[in-house]
Write a protein that binds this ligand. Structure first.
Ligand code: GRF
Length: 200
């Protein structure tokens, strides 16, 4: 049985974290946010978390070796007795020790993977000329933006779109599907076959 204590990692604004917190408050997601951690002390999401009475800490990565920083984050997640780690705009790559400590980590990416991994996905989509883009919730794997796909949602890319307008359209869908994906994983009603996450 999956646990229900979420550890959410952010680096900035935290709108996905807020959407998850809202889903929990509205009773759409049966979980609890045990801790929010940011590698950037100035992340706006930390302030929002504290205002909502959620434990929120910064573990700055500056001046720290990557593995040591990962270990500090792992220790904080363990101290908070987290069952599922949720990356929500966490702009750091992990060393292998992270996935060893937490094999099940979820991430959200603002494109229909495997298209446009990495940074500036919305700009990449516009420049490539695709007519449809969207977002993907997937399990973390050692390679960036890979890992079995849990949920995707599509949006149109319009002629007049800028990276900002496309980002806003995609973000709305991110906020919807992340909670759905978390609920599925917590329910345990899925199996993984190769790269496929199959609901059972
Ligand atoms: C989102 O677009 C997410 O897909 C990407 O980073 C952004 C984070 O936004 N990984 P926010 O901090 O959740 O508002």
């Amino acid at each position: 049985m999956a646990g229900r204590r979420l550890g959410i990692l952010i680096s900035g604004r935290g709108s996905n974290f807020i959407a998850i917190a809202d889903s929990i408050a509205a009773g759409r997601l049966d979980a609890e946010i045990a801790i929010v951690i940011s590698n950037k002390p100035e992340a706006a999401g930390l302030k929002t978390a504290r205002e909502r009475g959620i434990q929120a800490i910064a573990i700055p990565h500056k001046g720290m070796e990557r593995a040591a920083h990962d270990q500090a984050v792992i220790d904080a997640l363990r101290a908070a007795e987290v069952d599922l780690v949720v990356l929500a705009g966490y702009m750091r790559l992990f060393t292998p020790i992270f996935l060893k400590a937490f094999p099940k980590v979820l991430n959200i990416h603002p494109s229909l993977l495997p298209s446009f991994p990495g940074l500036h996905s919305q700009q990449q989509a516009i420049e490539h000329g695709v007519k449809i883009s969207g977002c993907t919730v997937h399990f973390m794997a050692d390679e960036t933006d890979s890992g079995p796909i849990i949920r995707q949602a599509a949006v149109p890319v319009l002629g007049e779109d800028t990276a900002e307008t496309l980002e806003a359209r995609i973000l709305k869908e991110e906020h919807r599907i992340y909670s759905e994906a978390i609920a599925l994983i917590l329910s345990g009603r899925y199996r993984i076959e190769g790269r496929r996450v199959i609901e059972t």
